[in-house]
Design a protein around this ligand. Structure first.
Ligand code: FAD
Length: 320
């Protein structure tokens, strides 16, 4: 393994670099067992939160809510619930938001979700149209539950796009949308994957110039197989870097592909940190090995947290 890359805190801030991971709800029991192995490994790195994805149209609502509940009751991790609004009415979504808050979730990533590809599945006229509508709905439900929240706020995150959103007419339009999401109550943004460090740097520069002040956290994914990079490009509409495709295409085995993918991700994350990124969000694909390799190499300056009391220590305390 290569030696860790040392990294300085961004100038002008003494805050530690935030660390978070994305997980997705498992599709079956085997996937669930493997996800929980990953959760236990990631827990050891003391992330600030882990985000849990949500199917467009609420297709996996129950498994997502179940994973969020289990994270809160069976792990030390703080969850950030993704929520998509496309295809759902305000009443349905208000019910889900209320349920999440009542279960103890205090952070929501407000998203539109991808539009259905088949015309027959087009969203009903009454469904929410944009992520901005969902932010406003979350703030409304939050206000109704103000006493339950001790008048505190729910942290609302949104998506941002270093390479233009595929449906957007221009980068400028993307910025207007991001600014509108901030005005409606977004507290922070996590970026879509990107393959060129300049894209993140330019997003930050343009956003700050346009009046966006919220943290823009780069989302980076260890791209350790050619198949995954291609699939990701198809799903997100983000053009993969030809050099990475080429390097992964020439590998002779999984270990070499992992080394190349991890190195590329570390380079991207370091460049984003040098551009002032306040944190790193790692898309894990529910796998910990490559994510932990990236983390080792980044050697982020992170605060140590006090660990939970070990069960075996309790009788000793009682006797003392
Ligand atoms: P919006 O911000 O609503 O934007 C959607 C499109 O509409 C854009 O082209 C925008 O320019 C345009 N637009 C927005 N507001 C307006 C307006 N007022 N007037 C005119 N045009 C407007 N998808 C999932 O299904 N589940 C997930 O869990 C999930 N997690 C994600 C996590 C991250 C960090 C990111 C970056 C993306 C995630 N996605 C997820 C994908 C996301 O749902 C898609 O990228 C989707 O196409 C757009 O979502 P959005 O929240 O950016 O939508």
């Amino acid at each position: 393994m290569s030696p860790p890359v040392s990294h300085q805190s961004p100038p002008g801030t003494s805050a530690p670099i935030a660390l978070s991971y994305e997980l997705f709800p498992p599709r079956n029991e085997t996937a669930s067992a493997s996800l929980w192995d990953t959760i236990r490994e990631l827990e050891g790195t003391n992330p600030d939160y882990v985000s849990v994805t949500y199917g467009a149209n609420g297709s996996n609502r129950d498994t997502a809510v179940d994973l969020l509940n289990r994270l809160m009751t069976e792990s030390t991790l703080r969850p950030l619930a993704h929520l998509t609004c496309v295809g759902n009415s305000a009443a349905e979504l208000a019910g889900t938001i209320a349920e999440l808050l009542d279960h103890g979730v205090r952070g929501i990533l407000a998203l539109r979700g991808d539009l259905p590809t088949k015309p027959a599945d087009a969203p009903d006229a009454g469904s929410l149209r944009y992520a901005q509508d969902l932010i406003e709905l979350i703030r409304h439900v939050e206000q109704q539950r103000s006493a339950l929240l001790c008048a505190g706020r729910v942290a609302i995150g949104v998506a941002a796009y270093p390479a233009k959103h595929p449906e957007s007419p221009s980068i400028e339009h993307d910025l207007e949308v991001l600014l509108a999401k901030q005005r409606s109550g977004a507290d922070f943004a996590i970026t879509q994957v990107f393959f060129h460090a300049d894209q993140y740097r330019e997003l930050v520069t343009r956003a700050r110039r346009a009046g966006v002040t919220i943290p823009l956290i780069p989302g980076v994914m260890p791209l350790t197989s050619l198949r995954r990079v291609r699939r990701l490009g198809e799903l997100t509409g983000v053009e993969p870097a030809p050099a990475l495709l080429d390097a992964l295409g020439r590998t002779t085995g999984a270990a070499e592909a992992r080394r190349i993918g991890v190195a590329a991700t570390v380079d991207l994350a370091l460049a984003a940190l040098d551009a002032g990124a306040p944190g790193i969000h790692l898309y894990t694909f529910n796998e910990h090995a490559a994510a932990l390799d990236v983390l080792d190499r980044l050697a982020l300056p992170r605060p140590a947290r006090p660990g939970p009391l070990r069960r075996t220590a309790l009788p000793e305390l009682v006797q003392a």
